[in-house]
Design a protein around this ligand. Structure first.
Ligand code: PEP
Length: 238
């Protein structure tokens, strides 16, 4: 399974390094079977000499190798640190930073051409959830406009917007229903994200079609994040 942490706009370079080192040591000690991802702030990108099952990824990039895009980070800057996994479509970039579907598709095409793993996030806001599952699914499928779902390094994270950073988690039934519908059309691994914590992780990982989680807030504590990896190791999926 994939257990991913999104640091968002938290942690310095120094703190990031000690976090990554601590998680690596824990993975080795536990002999963990999980694929671990840590999406760090751009200022903390580095060459971490990761163990094979842990990859440090980028939360964002501008879809160019380099150029005149003041304040942005191109792929050349990611490649300098051997970055092989990126987040695209996170709700904070869609709804706070205003990234449109057209722009996200451009980022996606660019990352796909670079052959990196793409953790592509989709999810509905509260007002759409209140209209029921059909409205939720048509909203989510629109978030695949321009996205090549046949890409072999695609991972899809279902993250209801109203559950991100709010402490509200989608019910197991709701997660199951959305992942089931996604799995009808997608062959990519499916993750859930939205206020995942050590306490609710096990039941989420038992959901059919759930192949991991993308975690923000609760993953920022390295002990808790390592515990999540251990919980995933203990889950046997039938
Ligand atoms: C996220 O940032 O992708 C996320 C799911 O955050 P949180 O776990 O805090 O809801």
């Amino acid at each position: 399974m994939i257990i991913a942490s999104n640091f968002k706009t938290n942690y310095t370079r120094e703190k990031t390094k000690s976090f990554v080192c601590a998680v690596q040591a824990a993975i080795q000690e536990m002999k963990s079977m999980q694929e671990v991802r840590i999406f760090v702030p751009a200022t903390a990108l580095d060459s971490f000499h990761e163990v094979a099952s842990l990859h440090v990824g980028a939360q964002n990039f501008y879809p160019v190798d380099n150029g005149s895009f003041t304040g942005e980070i191109g792929f050349e800057q990611l490649e300098e640190f051997g970055i092989t996994t990126v987040l695209i479509g996170h709700s904070e970039r869609r709804h706070i930073l205003g990234e449109t579907q057209e722009f996200l598709a451009r980022k996606y095409d660019f990352a796909q051409a670079k052959n990196v793993e793409i953790v592509y996030c989709v999810g509905e806001p509260k007002e759409i959830r209140e209209k029921g599952i059909d409205a939720v699914m048509s909203y989510i499928w629109e978030q695949f406009d321009g996205i090549d779902i046949s890409y072999s390094r695609l991972v899809v994270a279902y993250e209801p917007v109203w559950a991100i950073g709010t402490g509200l988690t989608a019910s197991i039934g709701d997660i199951e229903e959305v992942l089931e519908r996604l799995a009808e059309k997608l062959s990519a691994p499916l993750l859930y994200g939205g206020s995942v914590k050590v306490d609710n992780l096990e039941s989420i990982l038992h959901v059919k079609h759930c192949e991991g989680v993308l975690v923000g807030t609760a993953s920022w504590n390295e002990e808790a994040f390592c515990k999540m990896i251990a919980v995933a190791d203990a889950v046997k999926k039938g």
